[in-house]
Design a protein around this ligand. Structure first.
Ligand SMILES: [Mn+2]
Length: 416
């Protein structure tokens, strides 16, 4: 028996077109490997899609690949994850299942004692018995596990696989220490393989009665932090040799990742910029995804003074596939030193606006004039539509107010 186990494909997840495409290509490559290596079946442990209603183009690519697998005689078994789950039960996975592309295994019914009895699906080719529970959010999930009719699951004979989509306290990697997880003991005992999902890092563990607990990690890193820490995604090919299961992680290395972390503390924007420039001259960026993380407090200037656009274009000229930056933990002295101890919202707004007003220039306006203008604009833009007002009238009114707040009435008329 040989099967593939993947999870957390998050298809359609990235906003960046190159990364979105990379995710799709990794998925397609994974399915190709499954077909080439003639695995008996494929397990997808949740988060196939990034949302419960993925975009049409994403669906099209996914469906045609799943169909290829199906046509090649490779059956797929799927559970919903926290991302493609929908409380209404209306998810694209339901549609795809109806079309025969895969089987959702997480189904059950309530017993007389109010327990949840899960149904096993038997794989035709191998006789493997597969069941599992879809993932949702936090407490709801724990409740479902508590209500499981464990006895019926545990006494079932044969080669058994349990699919689940949740973090496990005892196995949680450092990077997920804040994430909510449940205890391994919540899982039913006696299965041959626990096909996990949700934890975006691959791992294989044996834990007492739980013989093989496996997380494949994402098929492609799902965000900036994962690109940094994981660099690649992948999935497992599992081969049964006698009583033993041999797990092999297949790395899906579409692009290599190159990363730089700059500590900006006490540096000027120019200093940070030249540090990145120098690094870009030394490394080989061709066909790579370049990640720049800048953190700390600049001694002077603003983070927007760092010419990321210029840095990006010079890296792209040298053949980089993509440059992404992370500056959310980058701050500047000017901004950082503002401490506000105020109670009323109005007062707080005033002080914040006053503190920042000097950092922007608008024509010949003095700070005092700019303060007044900012306040006026905030007031005008906060106006809500009146109940008896049409959308069009409301738009007109707000537009008029903005024009008069900006004092550009005459020019505006001329332009119009
Ligand atoms: Mn996920």
């Amino acid at each position: 028996m040989k099967f593939a186990h993947m999870s957390d494909c998050h298809l359609g997840g990235w906003r960046d077109p190159l990364l979105r495409e990379a995710g799709l290509q990794c998925f397609e490559r994974a399915i190709d490997i499954c077909i080439d290596e003639e695995v008996d079946f494929i397990l997808i442990s949740g988060d196939l899609f990034d949302t419960s209603r993925p975009a049409i183009d994403i669906m099209e690519r996914t469906v045609s690949k799943l169909k290829e697998a199906k046509d090649a005689g490779v059956q797929s078994y799927v559970i919903e994850g926290s991302h493609d789950f929908s409380p209404t039960g209306k998810t694209m996975l339901g549609v795809l299942e109806k079309a025969g592309l895969f089987i959702r295994v997480s189904e059950g019914k309530a017993t007389e004692e109010g327990k949840l009895r899960l149904r096993f699906v038997t794989d035709e080719k191998t006789g493997a018995k597969i069941t599992g529970l879809f993932g949702r959010m936090g407490v709801l999930e724990a409740k479902t596990y508590e209500s499981l009719d464990r006895e019926s699951l545990e006494k079932e004979e044969g080669f058994k696989i349990f699919m689940f989509h949740t973090g496990l306290e005892e196995l949680k990697p450092e990077m997920f220490r804040h994430a909510e997880g449940m205890s391994i003991s919540s899982l039913p005992k006696g299965f041959n393989y626990y096909a996990g999902g949700h934890i975006h890092k691959h791992s294989v563990d044996d834990w007492g009665d739980y013989d093989k607990i496996v997380f494949p990690g994402p098929i492609f890193p799902a965000d900036f932090g994962e690109l940094e820490s994981l660099e690649y995604g992948g999935f497992y090919v599992v081969t049964k040799r006698g009583e033993k299961l041999d797990t092999q992680w297949r790395r899906l290395g579409l692009y290599d990742v190159l990363k730089l972390e700059v500590a900006a503390d006490g540096k000027t924007p120019e200093g940070v910029e030249s540090e990145i420039e120098k690094w870009l001259e030394e490394v080989y960026v061709k066909d790579k995804i370049v990640l720049l993380r800048v953190e700390g407090t600049l001694a002077s200037g603003r983070s927007s003074d760092i010419d990321f656009r210029g840095l990006t274009s010079s890296a792209m000229k040298k053949g980089a596939k993509l440059v992404k930056k992370k500056t959310s933990k980058l701050s500047t002295k000017e901004y950082e030193e503002i401490t506000v101890t105020s109670t009323s919202r109005e007062d707080l707004e005033d002080r914040l606006v006053r503190e920042h007003v000097g950092q922007h220039k608008l024509g010949k306006l003095s700070d005092k004039e700019l303060f007044k203008l900012t306040k006026n604009l905030m007031k005008v833009l906060a106006e809500e539509k009146k109940p008896d007002e049409t959308k069009r009238d409301y738009n007109e009114r707000v537009r008029g107010n903005i024009v008069s707040a900006l004092g550009i009435g005459d020019e505006w008329e001329e332009m119009a």
